[in-house]
Ligand binder design. Structure first.
Ligand code: HEC
Ligand code: HEC
Length: 162
């Protein structure tokens, strides 16, 4: 999985924590899709690293941030704004390490819940994604794109002027 670091070989596309997590879920879970969806929606909307996991020997106190995205580039940009640290700093190294721990913990909890037959998704696709889907996504009039990511992360106010 080394290729996944830095959002795939430093390309800052899919965050390596969410890439590795989806791979792990696919390997282990009898029904991976709802777990991956839940993880990604949680990941977009939760301030990470979350307070549920703080290593006792942490070098730095890490400022959490909401990425609105599972994309490394967006996640790092939101965090550098929130924390004031640089994208290639030691603080950023530790931030991504702690974020990965938060993601791993979440995955384990969901897999345990699913195994025990009590996995209940807490998130649904946002109202905005559902609204956009009526014209742009699968089965819609235009059907000119696809995806489940939060649209506003890249298209904020795209139709506001109309
Ligand atoms: C009622 C139908 C409708 C809905 C709902 C809708 N769109 Fe559109 N969208 C259109 C149409 C029609 C076009 C093409 C004409 C235009 O550019 O205005 C378009 C164009 C776009 C474009 C291309 C714009 C450009 O300048 O090239 C983007 C990006 C887009 N929509 C994103 C979204 C997002 C994100 C949402 C949800 C917040 C959304 N749309 C909701 C009808 C819709
Ligand atoms: C990570 C950034 C990102 C996210 C998130 C994103 N888009 Fe886009 N989208 C783009 C880029 C880049 C383009 C191509 C340039 C453009 O048309 O703006 C694009 C283009 C589009 C277009 C124009 C397609 C065409 O044929 O002209 C539509 C419609 C669109 N996106 C809808 C959506 C919807 C709906 C969502 C949410 C489900 C979404 N996008 C989420 C980056 C994103």
């Amino acid at each position: 999985m080394r290729y996944g670091s830095g959002g795939v070989n430093g390309w800052a596309t899919l965050c390596g924590a969410f890439n590795g997590a989806a791979y792990t879920i696919q390997l282990i879970s009898p029904e991976p899709k709802p777990i991956i969806d839940e993880l990604y929606m949680w990941g977009e909307r939760t301030a990470l690293p979350d307070v549920a996991f703080t290593p006792s020997n942490a070098r730095f106190e890490i400022t959490p941030s909401v990425a609105n995205s599972v994309i490394c580039h967006a996640s790092i940009a939101e965090w550098t704004k929130a924390s004031g640290h640089k994208a290639f700093s030691k603080e950023r190294d530790d931030r991504c390490g702690q974020l990965t721990a938060s993601v791993a913990r979440k995955v384990v909890m969901m897999l345990n819940d699913q195994h025990a037959g009590k996995f209940v998704p807490a998130f649904a696709l946002s109202e905005e994604v559902q609204e956009c889907s009526g014209c742009h996504l699968k089965g819609s009039r235009m059907e000119n794109t696809r995806g489940k990511m939060e649209c506003y992360a890249c298209h904020a106010g795209v139709h506001d002027k109309q």
